[in-house]
Design a protein around this ligand. Structure first.
Ligand code: GLV
Ligand code: MG
Length: 302
C-alpha cells in the first residue's frame, strides 16, 4: 500500500499509527512508517504521520521514534482526538525537542489537529491558535458521531429518522469558520463505504460547496473524485477569471474608474472580486487553465 501511495495523485499521504494499527503492532508500525517516509520514490505529496492521542501511552514514543528516524522527510504530524489547546502545545514542545536533538530545523514540522469530539469542537478556536505549527483542522466524523451519541452507523450519511436538514452542518461550519478565522485549512474526514463512489461524491460535494479545502480518501478510487469535486467547475473558473479581468479593467482609469459595473446581467463590485479570487485561486492551485470561450472584458458589458 505504501509503495502504491508514493505515486498516487493525492495532495497529501498520511501513514497511520492510530486507529488502523492494533495495539500490539504499534512498535513495529513506527519503524515501518519511519522507513517508508525516508524512502525514495515519493512524488511530491505532503508526508504526514498520524500519531496516537495524548490519552494513550503511545504518543511520546510515536513522535520520538518517527521524527527521530525520519523527521527530515516528514511535513506534519496529524494529532487525533484533540480536546483542547494543551494537547497541541504538548506536541509542539515535544517536536521542538526532537527537532533540536536531531539537528532538524525547529518549527518546520506542522501539526494537523483532528476535531473528533464535542469538547474539541467547543475549544476549536483555542486549538486552531495553539501553535504556529497548526496548518489544518481535520474533521474526524466517525469518532465525532460516537462522541455525541448520534444514532448512526454510517459515517457521512444523515442519521435514520432525521429529516430536517443536514445533521453535520453545525459541526462542519464551526470547523470551517475557525479555520478561516485562524488562516488554516479545513479538511473533511473519511467516507468509510469505500465501494460506494456515488455516495463518496455526494459527501465530498457537501463540504466542497461549503468551502472546505479537501477531504480524506481511504482508497485510490476516491482520489479522482475528490480532486474533481474540490476543484472549481471549468465554467465557474472561467467566470471567475472573467470577473477579475472585467473588474480590473473597469476600475482602472482607462475603463472609467468605476466601482460597480455590469457584467452581462450581473452587477459586480469589490465583493464580487473577492469571491472570484477564491474560485480563481483554487482553480490555479488545481492546475486549471482558462478555456478560450470567455468574452474579453472590453466586450463584456459596462
Ligand atoms: C477519523 O479518524 C474519524 O474518526 O472519522
Ligand atoms: Mg478518528
Amino acid at each position: 500500500m505504501i509503495d502504491k501511495a508514493k505515486g498516487l495523485p493525492a495532495d497529501e499521504i498520511f501513514l497511520d499509527l492510530e486507529d488502523a494499527v492494533a495495539p500490539i503492532a504499534k512498535q513495529q508500525a513506527r519503524i515501518e512508517v519511519a522507513e517508508a517516509l525516508a524512502e525514495d520514490g515519493w512524488s511530491g505529496q505532503i508526508r504526514v504521520v498520524r500519531v496516537n492521542d495524548w490519552t494513550t501511552e503511545w504518543t511520546w514514543s510515536d513522535v520520538v521514534e518517527v521524527v527521530g528516524r525520519a523527521g527530515a522527510h516528514l511535513d506534519a504530524v496529524l494529532l487525533p482526538k484533540v480536546p483542547d489547546a494543551s494537547h497541541v502545545q504538548a506536541l509542539d514542545l515535544l517536536l521542538t525537542q526532537v527537532e533540536k536533538a536531531h539537528g532538524l530545523e525547529v518549527g518546520r514540522i506542522g501539526i494537523e489537529p483532528q476535531i473528533e469530539n464535542a469538547v474539541g469542537l467547543t475549544n476549536i478556536d483555542a486549538i486552531a491558535s495553539a501553535s504556529p505549527r497548526v496548518q489544518t483542522l481535520v474533521f474526524g466524523p466517525a469518532d465525532f458521531m460516537a462522541s455525541i451519541a448520534m444514532r448512526t452507523l454510517v459515517v457521512g450519511e444523515q442519521p435514520d429518522g432525521y429529516d430536517r436538514g443536514d445533521a453535520y452542518h453545525h459541526i462542519l461550519m464551526t470547523i470551517l469558520i475557525a479555520a478561516r478565522t485562524h488562516g488554516v485549512q479545513a479538511i473533511d474526514g473519511p467516507y468509510l463505504q469505500i465501494r460506494d463512489l456515488d455516495a463518496f461524491r455526494r459527501s465530498a460535494e457537501r463540504t466542497a460547496a461549503l468551502g472546505f479545502d479537501g477531504k480524506w480518501v481511504l482508497h485510490p478510487t476516491q482520489i479522482e473524485i475528490a480532486n474533481e469535486v474540490f476543484s472549481p467547475r471549468q465554467e465557474d473558473f472561467d467566470r471567475a477569471e472573467l470577473i477579475l479581468d472585467a473588474y480590473d479593467f473597469h476600475t482602472s482609469a482607462a475603463g472609467g474608474a468605476r466601482g460597480a459595473v455590469m457584467l452581462g446581467d450581473e452587477m459586480i463590485d469589490e465583493a464580487s472580486r473577492k469571491m472570484a479570487l477564491v474560485v480563481s485561486a483554487k482553480g490555479r492551485a488545481a492546475g486549471m487553465a482558462r478555456t478560450s470561450s470567455v468574452t474579453p472584458p472590453e466586450d463584456a458589458g459596462s
